[in-house]
Unconditional design. Structure first.
Length: 93
């Protein structure tokens, strides 16, 4: 069973700022993985981001996709996306 993927406004803005190659990779490779098994490919977060999940990909720079899982609606909401160095700073705001 696959989940539907939805982007928050913040995530949509962040996605547009990524390099074109990374955007294409997110859409064709990483989001389908998250949609098919969100808990198997992600890591649950703690602290201020408790309840969100983080999916990691890339190497130098390393990227993160933060998302919420709604099992009742079969919906994944991507809350933000970006490089590891910046993602958690933005997410805390």
């Amino acid at each position: 069973m696959s989940y539907e993927i939805k982007f928050s406004r913040r995530a949509a803005r962040a996605m547009r700022k990524l390099p074109n190659k990374v955007q294409a990779e997110v859409l064709t490779t990483h989001l389908p993985k998250i949609a098919s098994a969100p808990r198997d490919v992600g890591f649950s977060l703690r602290g201020k981001l408790k309840g969100e999940w983080s999916y990691h990909f890339g190497h130098h720079p390393e990227y993160r996709i933060l998302y919420l899982i709604d099992d009742d609606e079969q919906l994944i909401t991507v809350t933000t996306i970006g490089s590891r160095e910046e993602i958690y700073k933005r997410a805390k705001r």
